[in-house]
Design a protein around this ligand. Sequence first.
Ligand SMILES: C[S@@+](CC[C@H](N)C(=O)[O-])C[C@H]1O[C@@H](n2cnc3c(N)ncnc32)[C@H](O)[C@@H]1O
Length: 266
Amino acid sequence: MRKDYMKAEDSQGGDETTFIENYWTEVWNRQGGPKGEIDKIPTKDEYKVIKPFMDQLPKGARILDGGCGLGDWTAFFTQQGYDCVGLDLSRETVAKLHTIFPDVTFKAGDIRHTEFEDNSFDAYFSWGVFEHFEEGMRPCIDEAYRVLKPGGRLFISVPYDNLRHALRAAGDWTERKAAQRHNRRFYQWRLTKGELRDELSAGGFDVDKVATIHKRQGVLRSLHHEFKLNYSWFVTRGASLVLAPVLPGGLMAHMILAVAQKPLEG
Ligand SMILES: C[S@@+](CC[C@H](N)C(=O)[O-])C[C@H]1O[C@@H](n2cnc3c(N)ncnc32)[C@H](O)[C@@H]1O
């Protein structure tokens, strides 16, 4: 597992949980807060991977969206007839979600220790959340295991430690080590497919598959980091559109998504 760092401002002190809550509240505010863009969900990579598994779930099944952010996924599955709950650390964002989606269930809370009962969810999905704690993913995985029913499915995505990252780290490790010592703070873990499988297996899950997703996002990031192209430039966006379908996921994908199951007996 590889650590990613971010620039630390003086104002970003405090414990990790407070930092994460403030950081994401600020990100969502900058983006204009929840907008209810649920029509986009079926076009997303995550949806394409989980759809065959979700199709097996009867309507009314209980689902947890861990780290729901702007709430679109929670609202989407509620609209589809599931009993879906969105949970997020950002209290300010959750308060806004109650206004934007009055008929959807959102709660403020921490996915590492929720108030939900043991064995109470049929499925649990979480996109880009389990990687945010320097202590590692185990508290998130253990809590997911606790709240899922036997046979319940867990879907999680985390940043992918792809070949591009491995080559980059090998090339500039001296510079990176120096940078880490000054004004940097932990941002997230980045995992290989094997590492994600091992983490989930160690937590008691049977892993069905680990898929690469968000290849175009990875290409955009590469064009930005390696070639200094601005994300919003037409040339950057055009090149990413052309390159993404022909470059391998193992080199470029930005995230990986695991599908796992809590064993029926365990
Ligand atoms: C990368 S965003 C992902 C948002 C959403 N899952 C999506 O795909 O659009 C991470 C979200 O997880 C939330 N989060 C981070 N740590 C959390 C925790 N321990 N418990 C609950 N939510 C958390 C953040 O507040 C933020 O909204």
